[in-house]
Design a protein. Structure first.
Length: 216
C-alpha cells in the first residue's frame, strides 16, 4: 500500500471528516476566495493581488523555516490560538471570523507534514505519511521541557492528543477541496454566501455553528 493510501486508510479508521483553518471573514476570506487557495504566509506576502487586503493572523512567526506551509488543524480548531487572535490581536467592532473545512483527502497529498503539537514548541515532533499522522494521536505528547499532554480516555478518535497539533501543507491549499464554511450567526452567513457567489464558489456549504469556534 502506498503512503498516500495508508494515510487515507488511517483517516477513515479514525473518522476524520474535516481539516480546518480559521480566518477573518473580511480580508482573509475575500483573499482566499479571490485567489482560489489558502496560501502560505510566504506566498501571501509576495502575492501582488492581495497587496491591499493582506493582514496576517499573527504579525510575527517564530517558525521561520516553515513560512511556505499552510497551518491546518484536524477535526477542531486550536481554540487557544483562535482566542488570542480574535480577542487580542484583531479585536475590533464588526470583525467576524469563519472556519474553512476541507476534505481530509488533502492530508494524503505529497509534502504534507504532521506536527504533534504547536509547530513553534521546542519539543514538537514532525513527520510525514501514516507514521506522522498517527503520532498526533499518541498516548502522551511533549510540548516543551516537562510540559506534556496526555490523551484523555474519553477523547474521540478523530481528535488529536494535543489541541495544538498541526498539519503543515506546502505552498497553498486549493479551494477545490473546500467543502463548507462555519460561521457564528445568520448575518455572518449572509456575508459569507455573498462572497462565495461573487467570487465563484457557489458549491460550498455555509453552516451556522458557533460551537465550532470554541474547540474542546
Amino acid at each position: 500500500m502506498s503512503n498516500c493510501e495508508e494515510v487515507k486508510k488511517r483517516i477513515a479508521e479514525r473518522g476524520v471528516k474535516e481539516i480546518l483553518h480559521f480566518t477573518k471573514g473580511s480580508a482573509g476570506l475575500t483573499g482566499i476566495l479571490a485567489v482560489k487557495a489558502v496560501q502560505s504566509r510566504q506566498r501571501l506576502e509576495q502575492d501582488q493581488r492581495l497587496e491591499y487586503i493582506f493582514e496576517p493572523t499573527a504579525s510575527f512567526r517564530k517558525d521561520k523555516a516553515w513560512l511556505d506551509y499552510v497551518n491546518l488543524s484536524i477535526s477542531e480548531i486550536n481554540s487557544s490560538f483562535f482566542s488570542v487572535a480574535s480577542e487580542r490581536w484583531h479585536k475590533s467592532e464588526g470583525e467576524w471570523w469563519v472556519i474553512l473545512a476541507f476534505d481530509p483527502v488533502i492530508t494524503a497529498h505529497g509534502g504534507v507534514f504532521f506536527t504533534t503539537t504547536n509547530n513553534i514548541y521546542s519539543d514538537v515532533a514532525r513527520d510525514i505519511n501514516a507514521k506522522g499522522f498517527e503520532a498526533l494521536f499518541a498516548r502522551s505528547v511533549k510540548r516543551w521541557g516537562s510540559n506534556n499532554v496526555s490523551r484523555g480516555a474519553n477523547l474521540a478518535d478523530n481528535l488529536t492528543t494535543c489541541e495544538q497539533a498541526e498539519i503543515l501543507y506546502p505552498r497553498e491549499v486549493p479551494t477545490e477541496f473546500l467543502r463548507r464554511i462555519y460561521v457564528r450567526d445568520g448575518e455572518d452567513k449572509d456575508d459569507t454566501m455573498a462572497q462565495l457567489d461573487v467570487l465563484g464558489h457557489k458549491n460550498v456549504e455555509v453552516v451556522i455553528a458557533p460551537d465550532r469556534f470554541k474547540g474542546r
